[in-house]
Design a protein around this ligand. Structure first.
Ligand code: ADP
Length: 782
């Protein structure tokens, strides 16, 4: 009983209309408008059918589907520009049978296809309906396209065909799916298809949901950060702080990108910068981070200078900078030669040992110049705290990196010559052991990843050329000493000092002060005067200072007096430097009872020292004063025991100790004295005091004594002899085994001195004591 109709037809683009559907749409194409107008004239019925392809503007009958919907136009509204808006209601499915006309509008013959009303009883249909409804409910719960009320209205539809069509309206199907459903005249097949589409849709929704959740999680994090950051920015803007910090962060970003940083360092810098960007610019913490980033940016992580390893050039530079020191220069050149040979090989660390002012530091500087490296110096004298080397952790208020990192920043290259001054003067206490930190710095196995506490990042020290200096090796911890190649730099003679002053110090100082040597003329006699009367040192540091003082005063004089030039000689030296400090005191060279000149070797070079002894009524007590070290005290005890045991031979009353106390004193108590080498000096002083026999004033002596009176060798003869010479001594008594050291003593000094090498104390006493009979008249004092 399908009915036939002749109806105007409107092709639809991208839209499928189902029975029961109420919708409005705009009609713009002329043919379609006419069709609507025609329908309104007739029974308001119009056949709506979907175009196969929406793009076609003027479709032929082949371009549209075969099945559409008969609808009733409920309202028609003319809009401006030939467009009409219509409100339609779907009535029933219909199949296109014939095209009647397509002239001014499409007119077609269609057959209506109405649903079978009997189907409601079918339990299979019932089951299908339930499934569709439950799937639809799920769909709605996922998409929330329908309010609960409306959902209820939909699911309570009892007619299966209608249910299917109404539900189709609410779900998101594509055109071909819609068309398929429209073409299903059989209600059961339609429900099945709908269920299939619904389940598929649910599947897709489920996957979509999962993807969404995943994406959301990521987006959430990014968005949250973005949101918070924006909020922060807004707060900062409100506080008037925003620009400042953003600009700074940008600048830092640029600097970090430009600087050649190792990956780990770069990462850390960016991480800190991120923290920095969240802080308010004035806060204490932000300035801590700023300082840290600045440190990272200031360090030479990858910057290095190119070595020049030309030995001829190196030799020339060493000679340019230093007078004499032949052996030292030779050793240094050897060292450089080995290095240039095996550039990769880890060479030992040079340790320059010697008294102050002999040029250890300036040799280090020359080595740097010779190799074309940067030079830095760090003094370890008095360093007790490990943190001075390795820095404090950043948690510590006011923390900064240690000396090593700090020096590298100053050097500005990762391969400088690094002079560690006074490595013998480090000490350790409760604040940690600086020597062990030093050990790590100098260990080629470890120092490529040296970690400063503050930076907490590995820094490569392996390309640094470390040189250490020390006054003595005694106090350098053995593990450190093991790593070093020791080069001794000893003190200078007067003549050498004169050469150094003339050839190096005076020109250097004049240049520093910007005056020529024709303006200030310093004569040799003045330099000799300074050396002998204003300084008493192994090196030339005080000499340099005094020359500088002369130059300064001369400049002042030139300005004040308007002179063209100044000449400084021995005669007018006092005008510049005041009264001489050390004048060889002839009185000291006189024969005296109980007073003997000894020779000592201290950290600052050789020195003369006077040992005094006196006796007083008592009971054999020995008193020792004058800051003597334990070894020296024991040496005095041994000497005393020797005298008691050998009183007879020495011509002393063997009971002398029952009636006498002896006091041995070594003046100039501020300088601690130790070592066994004053042994013979103390015995001589005691014997002289007990026997009341004077000691020759022009003799100085050094040597260790045993209980049996043997004289044992001592160290540092060269420094001691130079010191004796400075003090105006002419005769020196030394242990026989030290005779071999004579080679080291410069000829100019040697020829002015008389040496006596002895093996027993008898010989010492015989040479130094003034025999009563012949020399009694020379006694001065008591
Ligand atoms: P140290 O490090 O051994 O204490 P320095 O290197 O500070 O001594 O030397 C002190 C000064 O003496 C420096 O100006 C140095 O150039 C100069 N000097 C030392 N020895 C010589 C030398 N042999 N020739 C030229 N100048 C020297």
């Amino acid at each position: 009983m399908d009915k036939k109709y002749i109806l105007p037809m409107v092709p639809l683009r991208g839209l499928t209309v189902f029975p029961y559907m109420v919708l409005h749409f705009d009609v713009g194409r002329g043919k379609s408008v006419k069709a609507i107008e025609e329908a309104m004239l007739r029974n308001q019925l119009v056949f709506l059918v979907t175009q196969k392809e929406a793009e076609i503007d003027d479709p032929s009958i082949d371009d549209i589907y075969n099945v559409g919907t008969i609808t009733k136009v409920k309202q028609m509204l003319k809009l401006p520009g030939e467009v009409v808006r219509v409100l339609v209601e779907g009535i029933s499915r219909a199949e296109l049978k014939n095209l009647i006309s397509s002239e001014s509008f499409f007119e077609v013959e269609v057959i209506e296809r109405v649903d079978d009303a009997e189907l409601q009883k079918d339990s299979e249909i019932e089951a299908l309906m339930r499934s569709v409804i439950s799937a639809f409910e799920d769909y709605i719960s996922l998409t929330s396209k329908l309010s609960l009320d409306n959902l209820y209205n939909v699911v309570s539809i009892e007619d299966p065909g209608r249910l299917s069509d109404v539900i189709t309206e609410y779900i998101n199907l594509n055109q071909s799916q819609n068309q398929e459903l429209l073409e299903c005249f059989d209600v059961k097949a339609r429900l099945e298809k709908l269920l299939e589409f619904l389940l598929k849709e649910l599947d897709i929704l489920d996957i979509e949901k999962k993807i969404n959740m995943r994406v959301h999680k990521q987006i959430d994090k990014v968005q949250k950060e973005y949101y918070l950051r924006e909020q922060l920015r807004a707060i900062k803007a409100e506080l008037g702080e925003s620009d400042e910090i953003d600009q700074e962060v940008e600048e830092y970003e640029e600097k970090i990108a430009k600087k050649n940083l190792p990956d780990e360092v770069k990462e850390k810098a960016l991480e800190e910068l991120k923290r920095f960007s969240r802080m308010s610019p004035g806060s204490a913490e932000s300035s801590v981070i700023r300082t840290y980033i600045d440190w990272i940016l200031d360090l030479p992580w990858n910057e290095e200078t190119k070595d020049i390893l030309d030995l001829k050039r190196a030799e020339k530079i060493l000679n340019e900078d230093h007078y004499g020191l032949e052996k030292v220069k030779e050793r240094i050149l050897e060292f450089l030669a080995v290095r240039s040979y095996h550039e990769k090989m880890k060479s030992p660390i040079l340790c320059l040992v010697g008294p102050p002012g002999v040029g250890k530091t300036s040799l280090g500087r020359s080595i740097a110049r010779a190799m074309n490296r940067k030079f830095v110096r760090m003094s370890l004298g008095g360093v007790r705290d490990e943190a001075e080397i390795r820095g404090h952790r950043r948690t510590y208020v006011g923390a900064i990196p240690g000396g090593i990192i700090n020096s590298l920043k100053i050097a500005g290259s990762k391969n400088p010559v690094f002079l560690l001054d006074e490595i013998d003067k480090m000490s350790s206490d409760f604040r940690g052991d600086p020597a062990s930190a030093m050990l790590e710095v100098l260990d080629p196995e470890q120092n490529s990843t040296y970690r400063d506490h503050y930076l907490d990042l590995p820094f490569d020290l392996s390309k640094v050329l470390f040189i250490t200096t020390a006054n003595t090796l005694d106090t350098i911890p053995a593990p450190l000493l093991d790593r070093m190649e020791v080069i001794y730099v000893s003190g200078y003679t007067e003549l050498e000092k004169l050469h150094i002053a003339k050839g190096y110090l005076v020109p250097k100082i004049l240049k520093e002060h910007g005056v020529g040597d024709n303006v200030i003329k310093i004569q040799d006699s003045a330099i000799i005067g300074i050396i002998s009367e204003y300084t008493r040192e192994a090196g030339v540091r005080a000499l340099e200072q005094n020359i500088a003082k002369v130059v300064r005063k001369s400049i002042k004089k030139i300005i004040e007096d308007g002179d063209k030039s100044v000449k400084v000689g021995k005669q007018n030296l006092q005008r510049y430097l005041g009264k001489p400090i050390y004048r060889i005191d002839k009185a000291n060279l006189k024969n005296k009872i109980g007073m003997v000149t000894g020779l000592a070797w201290t950290r600052v070079g050789g020195d003369t020292l006077t040992v005094e002894a006196s006796t007083m009524p008592g009971s054999g007590k020995l008193t020792l004063t004058g800051q003597l070290g334990d070894v020296m005290k024991e040496s005095a005890q041994a000497g005393f025991s020797y005298i008691r045991a050998n009183a007879d031979i020495l011509g002393i009353d063997s009971d002398f100790y029952k009636k006498l106390d002896i006091h041995v004193h070594v003046p100039e108590g501020a300088i601690p004295k130790d070592g066994p080498s004053a042994g013979i000096t103390m015995v001589t002083a005691m014997v002289s005091a007990i026997k009341k026999v004077p000691v020759k004033g022009d003799i100085a002596m050094t040597g260790e004594i045993t209980l049996t009176g043997k004289v044992l060798p001592i160290g540092g003869l060269k420094e001691k002899v130079l010191a004796a010479h400075r003090a105006g001594i002419t005769k020196i008594i030394a242990p026989i085994e030290n005779k071999r050291d004579l080679d080291e003593i410069p000829q100019s000094v040697k020829k002015k001195l008389e040496f006596k090498f002895v093996s027993s104390i008898d010989e010492v006493l015989k040479m130094s004591l003034v025999e009563e009979k012949q020399d009694a008249n020379k006694v001065s004092g008591t």
